[in-house]
Design a protein around this ligand. Structure first.
Ligand code: NDP
Ligand code: OXD
Length: 296
């Protein structure tokens, strides 16, 4: 973005890098998931804005982000609603046995299948932030038993909240469905691995809507093949798109999606980006700031 007068808001865009003019003029960068080596080339950089809610792609280049530069992310109710809907969709698809009903329909069989009542199902949500918190409230509102896990203690009405690594085993043990909505950080990389999956209830179903790096993929395949887990719905994978020979493509109990659970909606996200650009100009504190030390 070029440093120009703020009239009108969107006129400040400098252009799409590398056609963004002189690097001396750039004081803010809007970034997504691409190599960010060039950030170090902007001596006047003051603000880096992630086009997504997650910032792991920027944190990977943190060493190139000069001290004092602020990182912001998207916090948008339209994104939150999409995420909660996606989590509900795959959770209910599993719990209400949609796959079996589709098969029965194709076979023209009019049969009733047994499914659990919401009150008898425990749903555990890893991450109780903007997205996990909403998911917890909505799923709890539908009558499911909801548990939530976060880094620091949280309180959400109707949700049994636990925090800290030492509570993770106790947290996972009763869950019939585990939904991951954690940020990807040093602490959460590979958090869903053979050991933690062994703490899960036999027959639990895993939903990952956060980042592929949370799951040790070969451990997940093994846990499902061993019968420990019933299956998984994964919006994200370690390599996106997955290579053709990735085992997830072929596994009958794994359903993958191309990272579409919650997209950044330009109409609803642009105002907060414009607002931070305005604040850059006026010196007011930015909104939706990421804590660079925590990494989220
Ligand atoms: P927030 O920062 O609002 O919430 C993060 C939550 O995770 C907080 O409750 C936080 O705890 C908890 N947490 C962080 N580190 C740990 C830890 N080490 N142990 C336990 N809990 C931890 O993030 P959002 O809810 O906005 O987003 C979550 C993630 O969802 C994003 O980082 C992104 O990766 C992913 N995402 C995926 C999308 C998709 O389409 N698939 C779309 C958008 C986001 P505390 O409350 O104590 O801070
Ligand atoms: C995000 C995402 O972090 O889309 O916003 O994954």
């Amino acid at each position: 973005m070029r440093r120009r007068a703020w009239t009108p808001p969107l006129s400040v865009w400098g252009g799409i890098h590398p056609d963004s003019g002189s690097s001396e003029d750039i004081d803010a960068a809007l970034v997504w998931n691409h190599p960010l080596d060039d950030l170090a080339r902007f001596p006047r950089l003051r603000l880096v804005m992630s086009l997504g809610a997650g910032v792991d792609h920027v944190m990977a280049f943190r060493h190139l982000v000069p001290d004092g530069v602020v990182l912001t992310r998207i916090v948008d109710p339209a994104m939150t609603a999409q995420m909660t809907c996606w989590c509900l969709m795959v959770m209910l698809d599993h719990l209400r046995r949609m796959e079996d009903y589709r098969r029965l329909h194709r076979e023209r069989r009019y049969e009733e299948l047994e499914v659990p009542l919401p009150r008898d199902v425990t749903v555990g949500i890893l991450g109780l932030g903007v997205l996990g918190g909403d998911c917890a409230r909505v799923i709890g509102g539908m009558g499911y038993q909801v548990m939530g896990w976060s880094r620091s203690p949280r309180h959400i009405d109707g949700v049994t909240c636990q925090s800290g690594l030492e509570a993770l085993e106790r947290f996972l043990a009763p869950c019939d469905v585990v939904i991951c909505l954690l940020p990807l950080t040093r602490e959460t990389e590979g958090i869903l691995n053979a050991r933690t999956m062994s703490w899960m209830k036999k027959g639990a179903f895993l939903i990952n809507a956060a980042r592929g790096g949370h799951v040790v993929e070969e451990d997940l395949v093994r846990a499902i093949d061993d019968g420990r887990l019933a299956g998984a719905a994964l919006d994200v994978q370690r390599q996106e798109p997955m290579p053709d020979d990735h085992p997830f493509w072929y596994h009958p109990k794994i359903l993958t999606f191309p990272h579409i659970a919650a997209l950044t909606v330009p109409e609803t996200s642009a105002p907060q980006i414009a607002e931070n650009c305005r604040r850059l100009h006026t010196g007011e504190p930015f909104i939706n700031i990421v804590d660079l030390d925590r990494g989220y």
